[in-house]
Design a protein around this ligand. Sequence first.
Ligand code: ZN
Ligand code: ZN
Length: 141
Amino acid sequence: MTNTIAVSGNCLCGAVKVHTIISNQLGACHCGFCKHWGGGPLLCVDSVKTPQFEGEENITVYSSSEWAERAFCKCCGSHLYYRLKSEKVHYSLSVGIFDDLQDIEFVSQIYIDKKPSYYTFEDKTENLTEAQVIDLYFPKN
Ligand SMILES: [Zn+2]
Ligand SMILES: [Zn+2]
């Protein structure tokens, strides 16, 4: 069941803290950007409220494409979020920065056709290919 949860999280070293409200729907991204960024798939939850950051001066924001950026703690390297630059509310936050999450449901995997063959998640999720993601999020007029 879709639910929202008030959460607080932090990077590995504690220099950055995040407070927000997330949806309880966990997604995985298998795209090449995420693979290079994190060494594996990105597991993230989406904020439904603009996140509040403490220690913002310790965040490095990397512009990974024309339309999106990725942020990490410049002290410890923990990945904090991916977001579309046009998006003010919806951040895809690394699920690992939050502890003791309850009732999270792993619901979707995107760029499933880009997933390396050396791992597979066995959870039953909605899976979208790169073409399906582009149709959904970057529709042509
Ligand atoms: Zn840190
Ligand atoms: Zn990705």
